[in-house]
Design a protein around this ligand. Structure first.
Ligand SMILES: NC(=O)c1ccc[n+]([C@@H]2O[C@H](COP(=O)([O-])OP(=O)(O)OC[C@H]3O[C@@H](n4cnc5c(N)ncnc54)[C@H](OP(=O)(O)O)[C@@H]3O)[C@@H](O)[C@H]2O)c1
Length: 247
């Protein structure tokens, strides 16, 4: 963040088509915002609805499983646009039916966990060099206690979350920061057609919570906030209760 109001000038989105990331970018719009870099798998042009016309959007190719390419991607964005104030790690797959397929399950880990680790380390190197900036990691409550119906996804998000919170501690004192975001059910492309879970929210609710968290320099943000309490209790619910709660 490079003004007194903590408003970003340059944002890099890893997973540039994500509904939640678009909502976060919208929530971070201010007169200071100049550039948004969308790093995405898709070669189709991506538009962020509601973004003012004065903001430049650059779209670059990105695959979460191209672990060897992540450092040069982040470095290249910084070389073209200068310091990056916010990097949003927003890619991810739900992988609903991978629980009985060893290869598909390992591929999900390669995207959601290994991709989060390689791109997170690349982002951290850039933010550390700058001495400022925040990596916003879209984790999930699914990783807090893994559910029988999507335990592989939950496991990938648990790995991403453990990495993210640990990285935040490792960066302490460098000026660079990590914000780990733990949404519950978000009504986005990822969950289209699914029945919303209790405490479900819209992407814009996540955007507002992240913007507020950045202003307050929070390291962990639950969306909605009540999930912190709910999962504080569910974490210790008896196994039989936990299995019954799973839909
Ligand atoms: N929606 C929820 O309920 C919810 C709740 C908690 C946490 N989250 C997390 O929030 C993040 C964003 O989710 P969302 O709801 O915004 O879903 P989304 O709109 O489906 O966005 C996910 C993005 O990840 C991209 N992606 C998937 N695999 C990729 C790969 N190998 N390389 C590069 N990009 C890849 C997708 O690109 P393609 O279009 O090319 O597939 C898509 O743009 C995810 O990490 C998700 O786990 C979501």
């Amino acid at each position: 963040m490079n003004n007194a109001l903590n408003q970003p000038q340059t944002i890099l989105v890893l997973g540039g088509g994500s509904d939640i990331a678009h909502a976060i970018v919208r929530a971070l719009v201010s007169p200071t915002l100049r550039t948004v870099v969308l790093a995405a798998r898709s070669t189709e042009p991506i538009t962020i609805a509601g973004l003012p016309s004065g903001v430049d959007v650059e779209q670059i190719p990105f695959d979460a499983t191209d672990h060897a390419g992540h450092q040069s991607l982040v470095d290249g964005a910084a070389q073209r646009h200068g310091d990056i104030d916010v990097i949003i790690q927003a890619f991810g797959q739900l992988g609903s039916s991978v629980g009985d397929d060893p290869v598909a399950a390992a591929q999900l880990v390669a995207v959601n966990t290994a991709g989060a680790v390689s791109s997170g380390i690349a982002a951290a190197a850039q933010l550390r060099r700058q001495g400022h900036g925040t990596l916003v990691v879209l984790s999930s409550v699914a990783g807090v206690r893994t559910r029988p119906s999507n335990f592989v996804y939950g496991a990938t998000k648990a790995g991403q979350d453990a990495f993210s919170t640990g990285l935040g501690h490792a960066l302490h004192g460098s000026g660079a920061r990590v914000m780990t975001v733990r949404p519950g059910f978000v009504r986005s492309q990822m969950t289209a057609g699914m029945e919303p879970a209790p405490f479900s929210v819209d992407p814009d609710d996540v955007g507002a919570a992240v913007a507020k968290g950045l202003r307050r320099r929070q390291s962990i943000v639950w969306v909605p906030g009540v999930l912190r309490l709910v999962f504080g209790l569910l974490r210790f619910a008896p196994d039989i209760v936990w299995r019954k709660l799973d839909r």
